[in-house]
Design a protein around this ligand. Structure first.
Ligand SMILES: [Zn+2]
Length: 278
């Protein structure tokens, strides 16, 4: 009898998913023009449906009983946990579909706001500003300046190619001495931009096809590496911009840091952020 009462008046009792399924099925039937009526029947009286339900229930209590579908018996806490996992998966799916913040996503395929809030809060303002610049691509490096029309060429003064974030951090011969410590810290992950900037790369190890950064949901950025990257940038003084460049970048960084402190990471479309800050 209490099961019928629960179905009629669902409260916050354990086993919510069962009640939900019953309601859902009833609604589906109703939509198809069938009205379901719940009727109490005495047990063990040879009523066919009741006997079937009884033997199914007995089977389910046996050890290693396989349950129909993927619905296991769930207590409220387990149901809540599954709900949270679903929300997380949904957030991740939407993040992956975003068409904005492309540069950030090339280096970090994890949900940035979740792990980056912790990182940004562990940094000084100046450090946070540099990291934000590197992660969003809004740097005073020539490839970005050329992109926004503040510099004619994207090439580096070393004449070895475009002055991109990668070129600047790992390859430009101009900063060989400044990057000794960063190289040591990164060791065999040298050249891995995602690793240097606290991102989950999504790359797989060729030998065992596992993610090189481990599973996405367990990912934690390496603060030591991030700080070594920032220290390298500070040492080069390359991000101490000229007056005009400062004018361009300051608006963006101020907003980026504001955003990151609140929600973890700036995810804006490149065009929008440039347009509104000029
Ligand atoms: Zn160079």
């Amino acid at each position: 009898m209490s099961a019928l009462q629960s179905i009629q008046e669902p409260r916050l009792q354990s086993g919510q998913y069962i009640l939900q399924q019953i309601w859902c099925t009833a609604r589906q039937l109703y939509n198809q023009g069938t009205i379901a009526t719940l009727q109490w029947v005495p047990a063990h009286e040879g009523i066919v449906g009741n006997e079937m339900a009884h033997s199914c229930a007995q089977m389910a209590t046996k050890r290693k009983a396989k349950l129909a579908g993927d619905e296991g018996p769930r207590l409220k806490s387990r149901a809540l946990q599954i709900g949270r996992e679903w929300i997380r998966a949904e957030k991740t799916r939407r993040f992956d579909q975003l068409q904005v913040g492309k540069f950030t996503r090339t280096i970090d395929k994890a949900l940035p706001r979740e792990h980056m809030t912790l990182v940004y809060n562990a940094l000084h303002r100046e450090e946070a500003k540099i990291l934000s610049q590197l992660r969003t691509g809004h740097t005073p490096l020539n490839d970005n300046l050329a992109r926004i029309g503040a510099e004619q060429s994207a090439n580096c003064v070393c004449r070895m190619g475009v002055e991109s974030v990668q070129h600047f951090l790992f390859y430009c011969p101009k900063w060989r001495n400044e990057r000794t410590k960063l190289r040591e810290a990164m060791a065999d992950r040298w050249g891995d931009l995602a690793y240097a900037l606290g991102g989950w790369s999504g790359r797989r190890d060729r030998r065992n096809s596992r993610f090189v950064d481990g599973p996405r949901e367990k990912w934690k950025p390496n603060l030591k590496i991030i700080k070594a990257t920032i220290q390298f940038v500070i040492k080069t003084k390359r991000f101490q911009p000229k007056a005009t460049i400062a004018k361009y970048t300051e608006g963006i960084e101020a907003r980026a840091i504001e955003d990151t402190r609140v929600s973890g990471e700036m995810v804006v479309s490149d065009d929008e952020s440039v347009g509104s800050s000029l």
